[in-house]
Design a protein around this ligand. Structure first.
Ligand code: GLN
Ligand code: ZN
Length: 681
């Protein structure tokens, strides 16, 4: 209804309006797909919604491939996951009603596909790897019961990924589809139970090639699984596949011309993963023909496991020396509160999250430098000028804690990865993040070590320009881990601890260089949460420990900030408290009410800046609006706790709007101070 698209085929302009907003209609919400950095547009369900098949996209694409003599297996998101991942308005229908209403449409599109010649259709039900309550289980049963009895449908390959079916295994098998796909990379332990329980009628698809990472598969380790399945089920009932969609993996390793031969021999991107799958399949028919390829794949994986380049004895030794004291500040928070006065900060201190506008000029200078068109000296001179301009603007606006602006950073993870040992970078290793936006995650292949200070000279130069305190800016260990391709030969927690030690050294060097406030960003802490609740505790233990390891090497007088945004925080509030940052700035525009609710239950003990400026919108909030938000925060926080800041970094905005919004922000903080003085008087 919101996009006024009431009949006919859904047009391209309508799709754009739904994804990006159109006219007065705001865009639909976007959320991360399970534990990936890929975002999907969240389906919305509302009262009296009419469902109709308004697109033939899957059929058209099937026919298009067929016309090129390429038989394909169409992929649809299954009806139950579609509904479980959607958002229902308050007066909207129940999940069961929606499933009931959309099933005829699924039947329709499935029979169209069958009529077009598709023998099989892959139907993704990724929610099968989550904890499902009885209601969700019932949705599955009723939906698939209808498919089972419909003879006009193609065969369905029920597809799960990113985890273990676990307690949902029997449910998945009961659904009566012609095939089942399981992820044996994330959850190899389910292999034997799936094999044992599989009904005679079902085909099993073995997800043995990692679709989520860039490592070459050890075919010699995967081959016995294939052989065992073939022996148990017969070769007509076994398929070989990547663990999940290759959407999450870069396209083609052959495009990487700058990697040395050794590193390259460890990797496989999408195209190479397909070749691995084909090799495994051929091993069933003719083991001899592929024996050499299988042996050499194993040799490459072995070579990586034993390569000197993945190991750094100094790092290993340091890991062993990590102890509880290293995770703890000298004094508990109340003892550190004197920072505020020592730093000369007023009540309701004002600051920003770190980045200032990455203008077209900043980006073109960076590109020119990368391409070798300008030399490093002139590029850095340009960056210094930008930084000085940002400092002057912040002084004019009257902010209390300044930032240097992050102009030298292309990306908050890549910037650090490029300076750390153990990382490699690709030229074309892009993966889709949302819409037409892609990211190029660095690859962590070896022990992580800091070779030299990474940010100190920038922070120091910025501090030299002003009397106000300038905040040092670092990306936290969990976020660096989360936004990289991570090595699979040791637990993520160990890699994270190595990164934490590198950041810890940087924190101490900043302190030694006279930087008195240091922010360690952790916007990705939440998205690393495991898919099953039972695994949360362990993750939150090591991830928060990693943050504490990075942050705790300083004197009490040094103020540690952290920042988080665009996630649900309420259910990890205890972990956030355990991070023990002196100040946390949090995005609040989308979840303000809930955040405050969380504080009603658990009193947040340290200082906190709930964001008062939504940086995703060009709209400039008024002083009164920001003040009202701060007043609201005072319902659950004391005036001593509250900082005043935007929701997130300002890099995507333009200077004129940033300047005006920050002027309002400073004015709002001043009003708050005046109000407090008035109440005291
Ligand atoms: N310091 C970073 C910035 O200001 C934080 C970005 C983020 O939260 N993703 O851009
Ligand atoms: Zn942010």
């Amino acid at each position: 209804r919101r996009y006024a698209c009431t009949s006919g085929t859904v047009s391209l302009p309508t799709y754009f309006a739904m994804a990006r907003g159109g006219g007065d209609a705001p865009a639909m919400e976007m959320t991360k797909w399970f534990d990936t950095n890929y975002h999907y547009v969240v389906p919305e369900f509302e009262a009296e919604m009419q469902f109709a098949l308004r697109s033939r996209k899957p059929v058209d694409e099937f026919l298009e491939a067929q016309a090129l003599d390429t038989p394909t297996r169409p992929v649809l998101l299954g009806p139950v996951s579609f509904v479980l991942l959607g958002k229902i308005s308050e007066d909207g229908p129940t999940q069961a009603q929606i499933v009931e209403a959309i099933l005829p449409l699924y039947a329709e599109i499935l029979s169209q596909l069958r009529a077009a010649g598709a023998e099989w259709v892959q139907i993704d039900e990724p929610c099968l790897v989550l904890d499902l309550d009885t209601q969700a289980q019932a949705l599955y049963r009723s939906a698939y019961a209808q498919f089972k009895t419909n003879a006009a449908l193609p065969k369905l390959m029920l597809t799960s990924y990113f985890g273990e079916l676990g307690a949902n295994l029997n449910l998945a098998l009961e659904l009566g589809t012609a095939g089942l796909h399981v992820d044996l990379v994330r959850a190899p332990q389910q292999f034997s139970s799936v094999l044992a329980a599989l009904p005679k009628s079902m085909v099993l698809s073995l997800g043995v090639v990692d679709g989520r990472n860039i490592w070459r598969t050890d075919l010699q380790a995967a081959q016995p699984l294939v052989a065992q399945a073939v022996q148990a089920l017969g070769k007509d009932r076994v398929e070989i596949a990547p663990s999940c969609s290759l959407l999450h993996s870069p396209h083609d390793l052959d495009q990487e011309t700058k990697l040395d031969a050794e590193l390259r021999s460890w990797l496989a991107f999408g195209k190479q993963k397909l070749e691995e799958i084909v090799l495994l399949a051929r091993s069933v028919e003719d083991a001899n023909a592929v024996a050499d390829a299988i042996i050499s794949s194993h040799a490459c994986v072995q070579a990586r496991a034993t390569s000197k380049r993945t190991q750094n004895d100094v790092v290993q030794q340091r890991l062993r020396s990590v102890c509880a004291e290293m995770l703890t500040r000298q004094s508990a928070y109340p003892g550190r509160r004197l920072q505020q006065a020592a730093l000369g900060l007023p009540q309701f201190p004002t600051t920003t999250i770190g980045s200032f506008p990455q203008t077209a000029e900043v980006r073109s200078q960076r590109a020119a430098h990368r391409a070798g068109k300008i030399d490093t000296a002139s590029y850095e001179k340009f960056l210094h000028e930008e930084m000085e301009r940002a400092i002057r603007v912040q002084e004019e606006i009257g902010l209390d804690v300044l930032v240097h602006g992050e102009f030298e950073r292309n990306d908050m993870v890549e910037y650090f990865g490029e300076q750390l040992a153990g990382f490699l970078f690709t030229q074309n290793g892009w993966v889709q993040s949302y819409g037409s936006r892609c990211v190029k995650p660095p690859v962590i292949y070896g022990d992580v070590a800091r070779l030299q200070p990474m940010t100190v000279r920038w922070s120091q130069a910025a501090q030299a320009l002003t009397q106000q305190p300038v905040k040092g800016m670092l990306t936290g260990p969990v976020t660096i881990l989360q936004w990289s391709f991570v090595r699979d030969d040791q637990p993520r927690s160990v890699t994270c601890q190595q990164i934490a030690l590198a950041i810890r050294d940087e924190v101490r060097d900043l302190e030694a260089a006279g930087i008195r406030i240091i922010q360690i960003d952790e916007p990705a802490l939440r998205e690393g949460l495991p898919l099953r609740r039972a695994d949360w505790r362990e993750y939150l233990q090591w991830s928060v420990d990693a943050f504490r390891l990075a942050a705790s090497g300083v004197q009490d007088a040094t103020q540690i900030h952290t920042h988080m945004c665009y996630a649900e925080f309420n259910d990890i509030m205890d972990a956030i408290i355990r991070m023990d940052a002196d100040v946390i700035s949090m995005e609040c525009s989308r979840s303000r009410m809930e955040l405050l609710h969380a504080f009603q239950r658990t009193q947040y003990p340290n200082a906190i800046g709930p964001g008062v400026y939504d940086i995703h919108s060009p709209r400039i909030p008024s002083v009164a609006e920001m003040e009202a938000l701060l007043q609201k925060a005072l319902q659950v926080l004391t005036p001593e706790q509250v900082w005043v800041n935007p929701d997130c970094g300002l890099k995507t905005r333009a200077w004129p709007e940033v300047r005006q919004a920050l002027e309002h922000l400073v004015a709002a903080a001043r009003q708050m101070r005046a109000r407090m003085e008035a109440t005291v008087a």
